[in-house]
Design a protein around this ligand. Structure first.
Ligand SMILES: Cc1cc2nc3c(=O)[nH]c(=O)nc-3n(C[C@H](O)[C@H](O)[C@H](O)COP(=O)(O)O)c2cc1C
Length: 191
């Protein structure tokens, strides 16, 4: 049975659309771990913490090792990824900074980088007030694809809940469609 990691990264807690969609998708998976990155309190990548992350047996380093171990043993990663100012939430960015570690989740060779994650699939559940996916101007998508490919994940899927600020009806329809796509995708990936 495939092991799933679900990540929430919104600051909106109970009002978060992406977290609602993560909870929804989680119902269709038996073997899973759910992490709310807001509650994980990841140390930010400042000078002090950078030194600590590189010091064996420091509190920060042990925390980093634990999170790297968790993601490395998963087959599928599903990420609630709200768009904040055309980019990711700081919580998700801190997580990427935490788990992207040379020698542990990737390494470089003479012919380029090699990712170490065993997961074949990442699902990005992307929530946003506006609409970008149809316009081909979505550098958030490019960023996510680049990060997860770099770490070794071949397939990066996107499920959008867009136009969330275009009125109640459009918002509800968008969430409904996102749930439909999520069920289909999760069922396809998990078997
Ligand atoms: C600080 C902040 C910045 C935002 N920036 C954008 C943006 O650049 N583009 C957009 O379409 N929506 C933006 N939004 C709206 C969010 O994408 C929208 O509220 C979405 O539901 C967030 O996902 P969440 O509910 O899971 O937190 C922003 C919201 C916040 C709170």
């Amino acid at each position: 049975m495939k092991k799933f990691l679900f990540l929430k990264s919104s600051v909106l807690q109970k009002n978060s659309v992406s977290s609602e969609l993560i909870d929804f998708a989680g119902q269709y998976v038996d073997e899973k771990e759910v992490i709310d990155l807001e509650k994980l309190n990841i140390p930010e990548l400042n000078v002090e913490n950078f030194i600590q992350f590189n010091q064996e047996d420091s509190q920060q380093r042990l925390f980093q090792k634990e999170q790297i171990q968790k993601i490395k043993e998963k087959d599928v990663i599903v990420i609630g990824a709200p768009m904040y100012n055309f980019s990711t939430s700081i919580q998700l960015k801190k997580y990427i900074d935490l788990i992207a570690k040379a020698g542990e989740t990737f390494h470089y060779t003479e012919s380029g980088s090699v990712g170490h994650l065993i997961a074949n699939d990442v699902v990005i559940v992307s929530s946003r007030a506006g609409s970008y996916s149809e316009q081909g101007i979505d550098f958030f998508d490019q960023y996510m694809t680049t990060v997860w490919n770099f770490l070794g994940v071949k397939n990066v899927h996107f499920v959008y809940a867009e136009k969330l600020a275009f009125g109640e009806d459009i918002k509800n329809e968008s969430i409904f469609q996102a749930k439909k796509q999520l069920i289909e995708l999760i069922n396809k990936i998990k078997n």
